[in-house]
Design a protein around this ligand. Structure first.
Ligand SMILES: *Cc1c(COP(=O)(O)O)cnc(C)c1O
Length: 389
């Protein structure tokens, strides 16, 4: 692999070259997209011992290996699996480390499908599920039980962008032998490196920024030395390998992710600052803003922000709908991380311990690569429509 000097390289150099050495495949700059189930063995003895680099499609191909090696070099992980969606990147590690009778602590600002998995399947399998406040920090120790096996974190939180004190939480977890997982989709390993902050398992919906073009579904899960073997064995047991075309596109996306993130960051911050104090805007929820309650921890732990944040729109559903219907450039749709700007009225109805009144409708924006002036004028028109509703 070409990332032999990766420790000393800058991030964009690493993104451009990690994971694949062109000389391994006749000099072609990019790896082949290997569509494969069967791998042929040269003889019976090799088949018996499985003494080959690749043995079956579900166990890895040159394409998946290129992506996973690249992610390892970004995360500093012992190993990475590529799975068919971001949601699978959440469910596979949970199934890998939880057993009946275990207790799991999840942050209450969790991505909703993660909550649904915990509340339905994990409970059915006999796991005790408990939620905690995102700002809990070291006080998580008070919720630890003898059977606590996993602490699941997501920072910033989905839709409302609370920042968690990850080092404080992982310190408590280590003391008690608890495994920590972090859904790091918002930051990517470029803006926050979970394993450097004591997290055992780093989770990504590569559908978002690595994909970058709203056209793939992909997840990655990276583990430290301690957790890698169990994660990898569970992945093989479940058969949750990602498809070769999406794996290829995920790797392709990494090559330009640094450039795209810089653009998303600058545009989103400019729009977030501009939104603060505008008529009809109650509050802007973006951890990169000085007004954000988690800004100090954000500055300490993150090296930058990405392009997705929310603001609180004065009013209720009628104002939210008027805002969305007046948008011309922003699309109305789920997910984010692509080149295209998106808007959605996020529901917080699922929250349990962290539910509070934000004083209006939560409007989540993903700022794409369009020109900021055009996006601002689109938002300006939509705010006027909301005020008139
Ligand atoms: C989108 C998202 C996921 C799931 O990704 P999919 O590829 O859409 O399944 C997981 N976690 C977070 C935080 C997300 O935003």
């Amino acid at each position: 692999m070409s990332d032999g000097n990766s420790k000393s390289q800058g991030i964009n150099t690493k993104l451009a070259h990690a994971g694949y050495a062109p000389r391994d495949f006749h000099g072609f700059v990019n790896p082949p997209v290997v569509h494969a189930s069967t791998v042929l063995f040269p003889d019976a003895q090799t088949m018996r011992t499985r003494n080959l680099r690749y043995t079956y499609g579900t166990r890895g191909t040159p394409t998946s290996e290129a992506l996973c090696t690249a992610i390892d070099s970004l995360e500093g992980s012992a190993g990475t699996i590529a799975v068919p969606s971001g949601l699978a990147a959440v469910t596979v590690p949970l199934l890998a480390f939880l057993s009946a009778g275990d207790h799991i602590l999840l942050v209450d600002t969790i991505y909703f499908p993660t909550r649904r998995f915990a509340d339905t399947m994990l409970k059915r399998l006999g796991v005790e599920v408990e939620y905690y406040e995102p700002e809990i920090g070291a006080d998580i120790a008070k919720l630890v039980k003898p059977n606590t096996r996993v602490i699941f974190t997501e920072s910033p939180g989905s839709n409302t962008y609370e920042i968690q004190d990850i080092p404080a939480i992982t310190a408590v977890a280590r003391e008690h032998g608890i495994i920590t997982m972090l859904d790091n989709t918002w930051a990517t390993p470029l803006l926050f490196k979970p394993l450097d902050h004591g997290v055992d398992i780093s989770i990504h919906a590569a559908t978002k920024y690595p994909g970058g073009h709203s056209d793939i579904l992909l997840g990655t899960v990276s583990a430290n030395e301690k957790c890698w073997e169990q994660l990898y064995n569970t992945y093989l047991t479940l058969g949750t390998c990602a498809g070769p075309d999406d794996v290829y596109q995920g790797l392709r996306g990494l090559r330009t992710m640094g450039l795209r993130l810089k653009h998303h960051e600058a545009s989103a911050l400019e729009i977030a600052r501009w939104l603060e104090g505008r008529p009809g805007v109650v509050k802007v929820l973006h951890p990169g803003l000085e007004s954000h309650p988690g800004h100090a921890i954000f500055k300490r732990d993150f090296s930058g922000s990405s392009g997705t944040f929310s603001f609180v729109l004065e009013g209720g559903e009628a104002q939210a709908d008027a805002f969305l219907d007046a948008l011309r450039i922003f699309g109305l749709g789920y997910s984010w991380g692509g080149y295209d700007s998106l808007a959605v009225n996020a529901s917080l109805a699922d929250r349990t311990v962290a539910s509070r009144d934000y004083g209006g409708a939560i409007m989540r924006l993903h700022i794409g690569v369009e020109d900021v002036a055009d996006l601002m004028s689109d938002i300006e028109g939509a705010l006027a429509a909301a005020l008139a509703a």
